[in-house]
Write a protein that binds this ligand. Structure first.
Ligand SMILES: NC(=O)c1ccc[n+]([C@@H]2O[C@H](COP(=O)([O-])OP(=O)(O)OC[C@H]3O[C@@H](n4cnc5c(N)ncnc54)[C@H](OP(=O)(O)O)[C@@H]3O)[C@@H](O)[C@H]2O)c1
Length: 288
């Protein structure tokens, strides 16, 4: 298959390109190659390339910036998704759009399955959910893939080239002590594992919404503790509460996802978050 990757130089896009290249022909598209908020321009690009699959990682997902620039967030996360959905219907490609655990508000307190009611709380989450709904209603060959707490070897472009792993390493190097919250729980997931599982998913025709995270759950503090221990970071690390860091953004305090639809298909290959994190730290940061 010819697989176009939108956001090919991003955190997730980089791993998608590498993993898909093992089985398919990858067409990497950076922001310089395609602008998803421009329907006609995107049509021109995709019409000439004739991909069988489009993997879209493009998003406005600097969460505080989405609060201060809601029009831009709606333009990219909402309208951009609508454009790709219309082009999927017109040109016939399978569309994969990545979404977020933040479509939930956390009140369930147990892992969310795909059929659970959403309650997005921030401009970021609401615009991502708008994108989901537009895709569901404007094309048929879609996979909406909700991910959570992602990190990869090329850090996130929208978040000033960082991710949680990079942030912790930098904080340990520059601060006298580091404080991380215990009362937000999620399942961190490396982009490489998402890419591997996406590869298997798009080779099916089981169009639907999918949760795609590692197994298990952890607070941001325990996530940080694991990084500090694995990399022998000596800076003191303390537990904190979200109340210690007042924010304009509402975030779910519990956003663990159950990969129920992947399990149903028999293709949930996601490892436990800790095994995945330790493997990532060994491969990219020399952890022993
Ligand atoms: N980070 C997380 O923890 C997390 C959690 C849940 C879900 N997600 C979702 O995961 C996905 C991938 O995240 P990521 O960390 O890989 O992001 P990233 O590193 O910021 O990569 C996004 C890519 O999309 C490109 N892009 C941005 N706006 C575009 C537009 N309007 N048209 C075309 N290309 C555009 C960016 O190019 P430029 O940088 O050159 O603009 C970049 O190459 C996003 O959908 C995000 O919402 C992330």
């Amino acid at each position: 298959m010819n697989v176009a990757v939108i956001g090919s130089n991003g955190q997730l896009g980089t791993d998608l390109c590498e993993v898909f290249a093992t089985r398919h022909t990858v067409i990497p598209l950076t922001h310089a190659d395609i602008e998803i908020t421009d329907l006609d321009g995107s049509r021109q690009v995709l019409q000439s390339l004739r991909p069988d699959v489009v993997l879209c990682t493009a998003a406005a997902h600097n969460v505080p910036k989405c609060e201060s620039e809601p029009e831009q967030a709606f333009r990219i996360n909402g309208l951009g998704s609508l454009h790709l959905a219309k082009l999927s219907a017109e040109l016939g490609f399978k569309l994969v759009q990545y979404s977020t655990d933040y479509v939930f508000d956390g009140s369930k307190g147990k892992p969310y399955v795909e059929t659970d009611a959403v309650a997005p709380q921030s401009v970021y989450a609401i615009t991502k959910y708008a994108g989901e709904q537009l895709i569901r209603n404007y094309c048929e060959k879609f996979f909406i893939v909700r991910v959570s707490g992602i990190y990869g070897k090329v850090p996130c472009r929208a978040k000033n080239h960082t991710n949680f792993v990079v942030n912790m390493i930098q904080a340990a190097a520059t601060k006298p002590e580091v404080r991380v919250v215990t009362d937000e729980v999620l399942t961190p997931t490396p982009t490489y594992e998402i890419a591997r599982n996406t590869l298997e998913l798009v080779e099916t025709e089981a169009y639907d919404v999918y949760h795609m995270t590692c197994q298990g759950e952890v607070s941001w503090y325990e996530f940080a503790r694991t990084i500090f221990d694995a990399l022998h970071l000596r800076t003191p690390l303390y537990q904190a509460s979200v109340r210690d860091f007042p924010s304009v953004v509402k975030r779910p305090f519990y956003s663990v996802l159950d990969n129920a639809n992947l399990k149903r298909l028999g293709i949930d290959r996601m490892p436990h978050w800790k095994d995945a994190l330790l493997a990532f730290l060994r491969q990219h940061y020399g952890a022993s």
